[in-house]
Design a protein around this ligand. Structure first.
Ligand code: FE2
Length: 303
């Protein structure tokens, strides 16, 4: 990885999402982990949930399940998700809200459509990103940072054609409110036809963009990306650029996600992501013995 090069990063590869089912059977599009892209260190997974419109009684979610060793970042674009967990925490992640959950040493939680959506039906659309924790933080106390739509800092370009929600990191002179364990950038851009964005991304960050909707031109070459595509940038510069053609029929939404790679061993088994196989066996043992539930309840993990 080059850390001193300046200039516009090239697009190293394009990844088309794979459609799959998660939880109790909700549809997601997943650029990684897939056969063609295992990881964008420190990011382990990106799931694009829906948009799915459920009829009355049809909605499904992810009932009680554990996590250890990483963070889950839930960003709801439409609909609402209700969460409950083993620390006694819970609440509703509503339209436009973000929940940054540090699972650390472990937590058991459920992520379900709200009672209202379960009963009456409705549309659910959002993202879940898994952010790996460095070895030193894997067994830290679980923590939530809930950021409501109106608390997410926003910025816009001088011509007003590009808007950004700053979930993590900095963009257009605006800084995020969320605290991350390692340097991370999570930006949601809404681009009108004719918009052009130049975003600085430090040379030591891994970076990718994901197109939520619309048609986007990325890099100096103006490579085309469409809904569900991820563009992984090479580490050959300190900024990324993309734009939407003047003649585009609709605006586009793009996520830019970037962070400093951990460069540590990743041993991944379902909802546990640790550094060694031993630690995975321990996580499975702890879960089956009910310790992830009780230790997270009574605060037994490292502070
Ligand atoms: Fe979860």
């Amino acid at each position: 990885m080059t850390t001193t090069t300046t200039g516009t990063r090239t697009v190293e590869r394009v990844v088309h999402s794979v459609s799959t089912l998660e939880g109790a059977g909700f549809a997601v599009r997943r650029p990684f982990p897939t056969e063609s892209l295992a990881i964008v260190d420190p990011f382990l997974l990106l799931d694009h949930l829906g948009p799915t419109t459920y009829g009355p009684g049809e909605a499904v979610g992810a009932p009680d399940h554990p996590h250890r060793g990483f963070e889950t970042v839930t960003y709801v674009l439409e609909g609402a998700v209700e969460h409950k967990d083993s620390t006694g925490g819970g609440g509703i992640i509503g339209h436009g809200d973000v929940q940054w959950m540090t699972a650390g040493g472990g937590i058991v939680h459920s992520e379900m459509p709200t009672d209202e959506i379960m009963r009456d039906g409705g549309t659910v659309h959002g993202f879940q990103l898994w952010v790996n924790l460095p070895r030193r933080d894997k067994m830290t106390q679980p923590r939530y940072q809930g950021i409501r739509l109106d608390q997410i800092p926003t910025g816009q370009s001088e011509d007003g054609k590009a808007k950004v929600k700053v979930i993590a990191g900095e963009s257009m002179g605006v800084s995020a409110v969320v605290e991350t364990r390692t340097p991370i950038m999570y930006l949601h851009f809404t681009l009108q036809p004719g918009a052009r964005v130049e975003q600085s991304v430090p040379g030591n960050y891994n970076a990718f963009a994901y197109v939520i909707n619309g048609d986007v031109l990325a890099g100096d070459q103006g490579q085309q990306f469409h809904e569900g595509d991820a563009a992984v940038f090479a580490g050959d510069g300190d900024r990324v650029v993309w734009s939407v053609a003047d003649a585009a029929p609709a605006p586009a939404d793009v996520l830019l996600i970037a962070g400093v790679p951990l460069n540590e061993p990743v041993v991944h088994y379902g909802p546990f992501v640790m550094n060694t196989q031993e630690e995975i066996y321990q996580a499975i043992k702890d879960y089956h013995a009910g310790r992830i539930w009780t230790d997270s309840q009574i605060g037994l993990y490292e502070a």
